[in-house]
Design a protein. Structure first.
Length: 488
């Protein structure tokens, strides 16, 4: 094929792994966490809050990582972000390891984790699990792949967060996770421990994935199926504050033992007004959406600037899937209301009100929004950007090929305009457990038979291979670069 839209020889193509979503499914791969408990809870299952699908029936990356790494390389992937599961490494509480803390104006700004503390933590850690992560990272690295390690992707140890008790008794009477500042301190310890033990195998780090989803889905959007399903605005505000603090203290903890660049990842939509009079509402939504980057880069937390936590960002991770269309709603605390029929608020396997195809999840395909979000993030932060997630739930692979090409074309556009966009991680290499929705949402370039663990390449995997291998969109795919339209 003839290459036309180059992405650059150094551009990276990759995949991602998360413990609850990918790891379990082969012998000795199980572990406990708040999410595992939440997905098994009988009341959640009876109420339809979760699907009833079990993470231990998953694709089995923990045991089959070599096969998946081989598949990834076969379609041109040369990067991976791999989550190290906190609950695997520390299945028991680490509160007894006492560390010094610093604060400024009510904000926790630093947790001093020293070598002596890491030696104590080593006695508490599951070193067998840690060594298995070393094997996974080493295998990927031996194949020439870039290694990015993520320290938190939604799942917490049960000794920190018991979501069933929080839902029933309230966060003041249970292990309440990010609602309690203790979680921030323990995260700093965990981050330092992992940095010291894995730094020789890691090229880049990031502290956490989509913290806004943890807060929003857990404490405001209680129908989302996310733990703890506890509706309380004050708790939501505390969780948001603590997540911001957690990034800052984890950044410093990792930097104490590693010189590698550290980022943070957020899912940012293209925020659009329904009419011109709704522009202020859309802008409020965007400002809210990028708040974790503002904490990390500008020190903006709790309505003010905290100098001690600013400048804690080396690169920006962007998860982009769709847009959000809003209109003014002064009666709501946010000041806006999401409009149905666009973005994430569409009927599954249908079309948006603009005639765009929608995924099995009901997410509208809106590739030009990626260019717009990349541009805004570049102008705001002036840091390297990686598109750390992009994809769609599409069991029939009917829209994924064009989604791939059209979104990568928007990255090409952004690069052409001078933006420093360095990689694209497709969500995902294989089908996986989609949290409360279970295995019904199929995001993989490779289909997974959960009973046999066999993987089967979807046609989109071959499209991905052509682009990733050439580091460019071939001329033959030019017709797929335009935003897709369908008939309703």
């Amino acid at each position: 094929m003839c290459a036309k839209f180059s992405l650059g020889a150094d551009f990276r193509f990759g995949f991602s792994t998360v413990g609850v979503q990918h790891e379990m499914g082969t012998p000795d791969s199980e572990f406990s966490s708040d999410w595992v408990a939440w997905l098994h809870d009988p009341e959640n299952i009876v109420a339809g809050i979760v699907s009833g699908d079990r993470p231990e029936d998953g694709p089995g990356y923990w045991g089959l990582y070599k096969e998946d790494h081989e598949r990834a390389r076969s379609i041109g992937m040369d990067a991976a972000w791999i989550t190290v599961e906190w609950a695997r490494i520390f299945p028991r509480a680490t509160f007894d390891v006492k560390v010094q803390e610093e604060r400024s104006g009510g904000v926790l700004t630093r947790v001093m984790v020293e070598e002596k503390h890491l030696k104590e933590l080593e006695k508490m850690a599951d070193m067998k699990a840690l060594n298995h992560y070393r094997e996974i990272l080493s295998d990927w690295r031996s194949r020439g792949g870039l290694v990015i390690v993520n320290l938190f992707h939604w799942s917490l140890p049960l000794w920190l967060h018991d979501p069933i008790k929080v839902r029933k008794q309230g966060p003041d009477r249970a292990n309440s996770g990010w609602a309690d500042e203790k979680c921030v301190v323990e995260f700093a310890k965990f981050s330092a421990f992992i940095a010291q033990h894995l730094d020789d195998l890691v090229d880049m780090w990031y502290t956490m994935n989509e913290p806004s989803v943890v807060a929003n889905a857990g404490y405001l959007q209680v129908r989302s199926g996310f733990p703890p399903g506890y509706l309380d605005l004050q708790t939501y505000l505390s969780v948001t504050k603590h997540l911001g603090e957690a990034h800052a203290v984890a950044y410093d903890s990792v930097k104490s033992f590693s010189k590698k660049p550290i980022g943070v990842v957020e899912s940012v939509a293209e925020w659009m007004p329904l009419t011109p009079k709704d522009r202020a509402a859309a802008e409020r939504g965007f400002e809210f959406n990028v708040s974790i980057y503002d904490v990390a880069q500008k020190g903006l937390l709790g309505g003010g600037v905290v100098d001690e936590i600013r400048g804690r960002l080396d690169w920006v991770g962007l998860n982009y899937y769709s847009r959000i269309v809003v209109e003014e709603a002064s009666e709501l605390p946010s000041g806006f209301k999401v409009v149905e029929g666009y973005g994430y608020s569409c009927e599954p396997r249908s079309a948006s009100l603009d005639g765009r195809p929608t995924s099995d999840f009901g997410w509208e395909v809106y590739p030009e929004g990626l260019y717009n979000v990349l541009t805004r993030l570049h102008n705001r932060y002036r840091l390297p950007i990686y598109v750390t997630e992009n994809g769609c739930a599409d069991s029939e692979d009917r829209i994924r090929p064009r989604l791939l090409v059209s979104h990568l074309y928007q990255i090409h556009r952004a690069q052409r305009d001078g933006l420093d966009v360095r990689g694209y991680f497709h969500w995902n290499l294989t089908d996986n457990l989609e949290w409360s929705r279970g295995y019904s949402m199929r995001f993989g370039l490779f289909e997974v038979d959960n009973a046999t663990k066999r993987r089967y390449a979807r046609p989109s995997a071959l499209v991905f291979r052509e682009i990733a291998s050439a580091k460019a969109i071939p001329e033959e795919f030019e017709h797929m670069t335009k935003p897709p339209l369908t008939s309703r």
